[in-house]
Design a protein around this ligand. Structure first.
Ligand SMILES: Nc1ncnc2c1ncn2[C@@H]1O[C@H](COP(=O)(O)OP(=O)(O)OP(=O)(O)O)[C@@H](O)[C@H]1O
Length: 259
């Protein structure tokens, strides 16, 4: 189920603006890879290019290759809608569908698949996904209540349950804890730790401690200057990045000297 991601010579544009230049790296399957770097260096842009969300922005495009388990993501034969189904995404702010119950939120992705779900299948998906997202015991007695009635941390776990309900190959997380309190953040970090046995996870975070706590590998991105594209500066095991990085710029960033 979990897949590796090989990125080579990737340039990412918004119209004429080159936002990210020349990224080459391999994301390992069944592990957590963190993207860190100062604001505007292209972390979210790169993340969104990994499930073809980037091109939803008018004029946005990529050059280069992204290969997921041997399959070229930008091959003209590939259906971007199918890609987005297989590569789930969790955003900064929890975004449960406001009019839907907890139960229906979990099923939202599965309902888009053409086949109609039997009630017993739907029940199984909901229970399995909520258990996997460490939310089941907190909501099992109120599945019919609105998803918006949950706390922020519970809503984010509901969004993770919704993302994993369709059994994606990869889970992309764009600052999933930035709107959460420390206890909810800790719950999501524990969950990320558990999910990596089944999923390949890429997480964008501004929180160095979080990158150090949750990831096996870390990619540090930086900008050469205002209006210049973001570039990958260093990609290494997280332990190395935070103890003995190869690049002076990585050292300066993680020790808080800029960014
Ligand atoms: N929809 C867009 N249209 C045009 N330019 C954009 C768009 N989104 C982002 N950019 C530009 O692309 C560059 C990279 O932005 P991106 O949001 O990927 O950076 P980031 O590292 O994730 O930043 P942050 O840490 O602040 O979220 C920036 O110069 C940004 O202004």
């Amino acid at each position: 189920m979990a897949k590796s991601i090989d990125i080579s010579d990737l340039d990412i544009y918004y119209g004429d603006f080159l936002a990210v230049e020349g990224v080459s790296m391999s994301v390992r399957a069944r592990s957590v890879t963190a993207f860190i770097g100062p604001s505007g260096c292209g972390k979210s842009t790169l993340l969104r290019s990994l499930n073809r969300m980037h091109e939803v922005t008018p004029g946005a495009r990529v050059d280069g290759k992204v290969v997921i388990d041997g399959q070229e993501l930008y091959d003209p034969m590939i259906d971007p809608v199918e890609v987005r189904r297989q590569i789930g995404m969790v955003f900064q702010r929890p975004n449960p569908f406001p009019t839907m119950s907890i139960y229906e939120n979990v099923l939202a992705g599965s309902r888009l698949n053409s086949r109609k779900l039997k009630k017993s299948e739907a029940d199984d998906i909901v229970e399995r996904s909520l258990k996997h997202a460490n939310l089941w015991s907190e909501v099992k007695d109120r599945l019919g209540k609105p998803g918006m009635g949950l706390s922020g941390g519970q809503q984010q776990r509901l969004c993770i349950a919704r993302a994993i309900a369709v059994e994606p190959q990869v889970l992309l997380m764009d600052e999933p804890c930035s709107a959460l309190d420390p206890i909810s953040t800790s719950a999501i970090e524990d969950l990320i730790h558990e999910l990596k046995t089944d999923y390949t996870i890429v997480i964008v975070t501004h929180n160095m401690q979080q990158a150090a706590r949750v990831s096996e590998d870390t990619a540090f991105f930086n900008l050469a200057g205002a209006g210049k594209p973001g570039r990958l500066i260093e990609f290494n095991p997280t332990k190395k990045i935070f103890s003995n990085p190869d690049e002076p710029a990585t050292e300066a960033y993680i020790s808080g000297r800029f960014g």
